[in-house]
Design a protein around this ligand. Structure first.
Ligand code: NAD
Length: 497
């Protein structure tokens, strides 16, 4: 192997290992054929952070070659060996959890979680390790003539996996672990804004004993992604990202009839009724829609729908809490919210806020500006809350992917459902109420891939996750997440009468 992690960067408690930023093709870490590299900045400070190779279409083709070369050997591995590699990987993810957390905070600016336990990426990997020796087919009753008819769940072959910048190593594990459990080889294209986490994940895969060539990684931009999803040798595509890109990917995949899984954006509604625990509802929306990832998540409840009887009370609580958030660098003591990912996104978010104010889409209750002073070199947007937002406005309809919350009043349950479903997206929905019957009714009436009642679901690996409508199709997590990477063959053996 030509290189492993050779670089370090400074974290809050000393240097941590970071990947070289090269491509992983077969058993070699190498620069791109063109020599192109991309420099990324630390979003909290604006200082240079990383330099990563940018794959071109030739590089992508070689990565697919490497995956094809390894497929027959990998699929023939006995189930328990494949399981054990994934279990070793989960142990390595846990063992490196502190450094991986620092790496994520450096790349994305998200506040470092001090209380670390078993990481979510390790949990997803361990969960799918558990499936490897439980993949089963069925035997059908003989039909019209004596026979033995049974199904074989089989891997697709080479799977293309495209992950978003905000998900880091967890996004990699959510796709890579089930694809490997099913016996596929992979080419992973991480998002260009934060590729170090997925590259470090790949290093740990090799350290865990994954044979070289089973997982290849081609950091790059749209060209690399387009080359990958249009390669006719790729048998399945799993993409997480925006709707516009998803349409391009689906069109490219259509040329080869390649099946796709699309995990896309959202504008999830959070319904708070007048019998709700308002403390819980307010803390949950502040932590998820604003603080934890500065609003940069597909599943976040960015439309807060509140019953008119408690609307003013909720608006006052949410505004006070948003104002009190400690915004700063990810390693500051007590920090609750970090920057957004880069200068371009910072400018885009501020322009959307400006447009919302100009068009009268709602009343700006707090925030709406870039943070200056000690934070001026980073990409910090103040936690922003709009009140009395028009659900038809761009503010309520478009995904902002920044710390911007829209509050909307509703009169009764029907009105709440009408507003919640009045969105092209359908990823998630939250309901805060103490009325169990209402919670059950709403769980079925909301057009969404998941519904959380009195809680924000913590992405457990054993539950299917995904959207409806413009939030995409296909699922990650649970049995469904594994099935996405298996196809079914039927075998029919004629028997003597
Ligand atoms: P994006 O769609 O702009 O880019 C995603 C990736 O696609 C990038 O790596 C890019 O290089 C690549 N790409 C661009 N053009 C391509 C093409 N023609 N063919 C193939 N690949 C191409 O998304 P983003 O800005 O990285 O991520 C934010 C979006 O992701 C938001 O909409 C967010 O809601 C969504 N997201 C969804 C989920 C989910 O699970 N549903 C999770 C996280 C993020």
């Amino acid at each position: 192997m030509s290189s492993e992690t050779v670089h370090t960067v400074d974290g809050p408690s000393g240097p941590i290992p970071v990947p070289s930023g090269d491509l992983l093709i077969g058993d070699a870490w190498e620069p791109s054929a063109s020599g192109d590299r991309r420099e990324n900045l630390n979003p909290a400070t604006g200082a240079p952070l990383s330099s990563v190779a940018m794959a071109n279409p030739d590089d992508v083709g070689r990565a697919v070659d490497a995956a094809i070369d390894e497929f027959d050997a990998w699929r023939a591995w006995p189930a328990q060996r494949r399981r054990d590699v994934l279990l070793t990987l989960a142990r390595l993810l846990d063992a490196n959890d502190a450094d991986l957390g620092v790496l994520r905070s450096l790349e994305t600016g998200a506040p470092l979680k001090r209380k670390r336990g078993s990481s979510l990426a390790a949990e997803w990997t361990r969960y799918y390790a558990g499936w490897v020796d439980k993949i089963e087919g069925v035997t059908s009753a003989p039909y019209s003539s004596p026979s033995l008819s049974y199904t074989l769940p089989e891997p697709y072959g080479v799977v293309a996996v495209l992950t978003p910048w905000n998900g880091g190593i967890v996004s990699s594990a959510m796709k890579v672990a089930p694809a490997l459990a099913a016996g596929n080889c992979l080419v992973l294209k991480p998002a260009e804004l934060a590729p170090l986490g997925p590259l470090r994940f790949a290093e740990l895969c090799l350290e865990a004993g994954l044979p070289p060539g089973v997982l290849n990684v081609v950091p790059g931009g749209p060209d690399a992604g387009a080359a990958l999803v249009s390669d006719s040798r790729v048998a399945k595509v799993s993409f997480t990202g925006g709707g516009l890109t998803a349409r391009r990917i689906m069109a490219a995949a259509a040329a080869n009839l390649t099946p796709v899984v699309l995990e896309l954006g959202g504008k999830s509604a959070d319904l708070v009724f007048d019998d709700a625990d308002l403390d819980l509802a307010a803390v949950t929306v502040i932590q998820t829609a604003l603080a934890n990832t500065s609003g940069q998540g597909c599943v976040l409840p960015t439309r807060l729908l509140v019953h008119h009887a408690i609307y003013d009370e909720m608006a006052s609580r949410v505004t006070t809490m948003a104002n009190a958030l400690h915004v700063g660098g990810p390693f500051e003591d007590g920090v609750q919210m970090g920057p957004v990912i880069d200068e371009a996104n910072c400018a885009r978010i501020l322009a959307m806020i400006d447009q919302a104010e100009q068009s009268g889409a709602g009343t700006l209750l707090t925030g709406g500006r870039r943070l200056e002073g000690a934070l001026a070199n980073g990409f910090f947007v103040a936690p922003t809350v709009f009140g009395d937002v028009d659900n038809e406005s761009e503010l309520a309809q478009r995904e902002i992917f920044g710390p911007v919350l829209s509050m909307i009043r509703f009169t009764d349950e029907d009105d709440a459902v009408r507003i919640a479903n009045g969105s092209e997206y359908g990823l998630g929905g939250l309901v805060f109420t103490r009325d169990l019957e209402r919670a059950l009714r709403l769980s079925s009436r909301l057009e969404a891939g998941y519904v959380g009642v009195n809680a924000f679901p913590p992405m457990p690996p054993n539950a299917p996750f995904g959207g409806v409508k413009q939030s995409g199709f296909g699922r990650e997590g649970g049995r469904e997440g594994l099935t996405e990477f298996l196809r079914t063959k039927n075998v029919y053996i004629g028997l003597p009468a």
